[in-house]
Design a protein around this ligand. Structure first.
Ligand SMILES: NC(=O)c1ccc[n+]([C@@H]2O[C@H](COP(=O)([O-])OP(=O)(O)OC[C@H]3O[C@@H](n4cnc5c(N)ncnc54)[C@H](O)[C@@H]3O)[C@@H](O)[C@H]2O)c1
Length: 356
């Protein structure tokens, strides 16, 4: 096992981002310009187009076309993986072996055995942090609801209803992406699964059932996928979750959750308004909707990055408490999310409930 390099207390955390696509560019800009205590020291993508963007947008970062070359950079404390999901598991293992802390976008892997391999390997690197990017845990509204549940405000929580619904994309980007995305439950519902387990006290699932339909995108049929899916998940101890995922919303990204307890309920984000403007016109009274997941969760991505950097710096001896609860989803949480997501996909395809 490689020893972590001691970083002087006052030095910022030196981060390298791998993957500069749709989401990687957002993470890179947050780390470069909006996260106290972090320096975006390096960035990596095999695509020249991404590197050309980085030369302009991230002038202070050392640029790599090869992930292994970035990992060999001794002047990096942490890597930030925003690469295609199928690469995450091995890239996390490689980063741990190179002595780096790791932030990795969801999902950990589309394959449960791969997740288990990473969890087992990570046990050899106790001093290095690994966080998986279930950013809803850092959204201020989700955090406020979680704090109320913890404080007993709704009694004993026993049911979560949660949905991830995207604006319809007539171009069908996700149809082309379907063969590698793992399908609607592993790509979208995986967030709701993590939210449900987080709000219900991290129970393990005992049985799931899923079904779905193709409302618009017939191209998904070949990949065994649907554009609207619903699911029920039973947890040990009697907890329940109901999930809905859609790719075909007419109004925008409509992501919300509800947690129901023995003494009350909390609804999070049920009206997906993009801002606080109400429009009064001949059509009635309305608000405009968040167009994309990033518009809805921009603040969550930033708070998530700030929390990771603060947590790792605290481990390394900088000021601030090392707060395990504030670290976000662990590898074990991400393993459970993939285990449930994979079972939902199996249930969708077989028409049968899956018992764990
Ligand atoms: N948290 C969320 O809500 C959320 C939302 C969108 C995407 N994601 C996740 O983020 C990840 C990236 O998604 P995206 O939409 O940005 O994908 P993308 O295809 O737009 O970007 C992927 C990037 O990775 C780069 N890449 C490919 N192989 C690489 C390698 N070996 N080393 C370094 N870089 C490599 C590509 O060149 C590209 O720049 C996925 O895992 C996805 O599930 C999470």
């Amino acid at each position: 096992m490689q020893e972590m390099q001691a970083t002087p207390r006052t030095q910022p955390l030196r981060v390298g981002v791998a993957g500069l696509g749709r989401l990687g560019r957002r993470h890179a800009q947050n780390l470069a310009y909006r996260v106290p205590g972090a320096t975006l020291a390096a960035a990596c993508s095999p695509l020249e187009e991404d590197l050309a963007w980085a030369r302009e947008a991230l002038p202070a970062a050392r640029l790599y076309a090869d992930y292994a070359a970035m990992l060999a950079d001794d002047a990096l404390d942490a890597v930030w993986l925003v690469t295609p999901s199928a690469l995450h598991a091995q890239q996390i293992v490689d980063a741990l072996r190179a002595g780096k802390h790791v932030f990795c976008e969801k999902p950990l892997s589309l394959d449960v055995a791969e997740c288990e391999r990473v969890v087992a390997e990570s046990r050899r690197y106790d001093s290095q942090q690994v966080t998986i990017g279930f950013m809803r845990r850092f959204d201020p509204s989700y955090q406020a609801a979680f704090a109320k549940v913890q404080a007993g405000a709704i009694g004993r929580p026993f049911l979560v209803r949660s949905q991830t619904c995207d604006l319809n994309d007539p171009e069908g980007f996700f149809v082309r992406f379907a063969p590698t995305s793992g399908g609607i439950f592993l790509d979208c519902t995986v967030h709701d699964i993590d939210v449900a387990r987080w709000l219900l006290g991290k129970p393990r699932a005992t049985r799931v059932y899923a079904t779905g339909t193709i409302a618009l995108h017939e191209g998904l049929r070949a990949a065994g996928d649907v554009d609207n899916g619903v699911a029920v998940c039973e947890f040990e101890g009697g907890g329940l979750a109901m999930f809905y995922a859609s790719r075909t919303m007419a109004h925008g990204n409509d992501t919300s959750s509800e947690v129901i307890g023995t003494a009350g309920a909390l609804a999070i984000g049920h009206i997906p308004r993009v801002n606080r403007v109400e429009i009064y016109d001949a059509g009635g009274v309305r608000s405009e909707c968040t167009p994309t997941f990033f518009d809805r969760f921009e603040e969550a991505f930033l708070v998530e990055a700030q929390a990771f950097v603060a947590s790792v710096r605290a481990r390394m001896g900088a000021s601030g408490a090392h707060d395990a609860a504030a670290q976000g989803a662990t590898l074990e949480d991400a393993l459970e999310a993939t285990r449930i997501g994979q079972a939902l996909r199996q249930s969708l395809q077989t028409g049968q409930a899956v018992t764990f």
